[in-house]
Design a protein around this ligand. Sequence first.
Ligand code: HEC
Ligand code: HEC
Ligand code: HEC
Ligand code: HEC
Length: 157
Amino acid sequence: MFLGSRLLLLFFLLFVISPSFVIAANKGKVPKYVGSYECKPCHEEEYKSFITYARKSNSYRSIERLKKELTEEEIKGCYICHTTGYGKPGGFISLEKTPHMKNAGCEVCHGPGEFHVKTKNPSYIKKNLSKEDCEVCHTEERVKAFRYKPLVHGGAH
Ligand code: HEC
Ligand code: HEC
Ligand code: HEC
Ligand code: HEC
C-alpha cells in the first residue's frame, strides 16, 4: 500500500509532470538580444545611418554625463531605456560584462534578434512598429511634446 502510492507518485512525476516541463521549456524559449553590430553584415545601410545619425547609438554617454550626481541605484534606473535589453536574455548587464550592449540599439525597436540572425528569416524580427513600441521609453511624462505619429520613422536609419 505504502510502496504502491510511492510508485504512483513516481509514475506521476516521470510521465505526467516532466513532459509538461519539457514542453513548457521549449515554448518559453525567447530569442536573445545580440547587439547592433550583429546586424551590420546584412544591413550595412541601416547600420551606418543608425550609427552616424541616431542619438540612441550614443545613449550610454548620456548616462555618463550625469553619472557623478547619481547613486548606483539611480544609474541602474537609466539602463532600461538607455541600453539594449537590460534585464533580459542576452541584454545589457554592465559595462565590463556587456560593453557591446551599452547603447540603445536596433533591437530596442525591432526586438531581440537571435533567431533572425541565425535564420535570416524576416518573420523572426519585428518590422511594423507602432507608437506603443516607442512609448516604453518615450513615456508621456518624459517627453510631453514628443510627436509619435510622424516620428515612428524617426530616430532610426
Ligand atoms: C545573416 C544576415 C542577416 C542578419 C545578421 C540580420 N538580418 Fe535582418 N534580414 C535579413 C534578410 C535576408 C531579411 C529579408 C530581406 C528582405 O526580405 O528583403 C531581413 C529582414 C529584416 C527586417 C525586415 C523584416 C520584414 O518583416 O520585412 C528587419 C527589420 C531586420 N531584418 C532587422 C535586423 C536586425 C535588427 C538585425 C540584427 C539584430 C538583423 N536584421 C540581422 C538578413 C539578416
Ligand atoms: C523611461 C525611459 C528613460 C529612462 C528611465 C531614462 N531616460 Fe534618459 N532619455 C530617454 C529618452 C526617450 C530620451 C530622448 C529625449 C527625450 O525624448 O526626452 C532621453 C534623453 C536623455 C538625455 C538627453 C540627451 C540629450 O543630448 O539631449 C540625457 C542626458 C539622459 N536621457 C540621461 C538619463 C539618465 C542619467 C537617466 C537615469 C537617471 C535616464 N536618462 C533615464 C529615456 C529615458
Ligand atoms: C527607433 C526605432 C528603430 C531603430 C533603433 C532601428 N530601426 Fe530599423 N526600422 C524602424 C522602422 C520604423 C522601420 C520601418 C518599418 C516599416 O516599413 O513600417 C524599420 C525598418 C527596418 C528594416 C526594413 C527595411 C525595409 O525597407 O524593409 C531593416 C532591415 C531595419 N529596419 C534594420 C535596422 C537595423 C540593422 C538597425 C540598427 C542598426 C535598426 N533597424 C534600428 C525602426 C527602427
Ligand atoms: C529602449 C528605449 C527606447 C525605445 C523602445 C525607443 N527609444 Fe527613441 N530614444 C531612446 C533614448 C534613450 C534616446 C535618447 C538617446 C540619448 O540622447 O542619450 C532616444 C532618442 C530618440 C530620438 C531623438 C532623435 C535621434 O536622432 O535619435 C527619436 C526621434 C526617437 N528616439 C524615436 C523613437 C521611435 C520613433 C521609437 C519607436 C519606434 C523609439 N524611439 C523607441 C530610447 C528608446
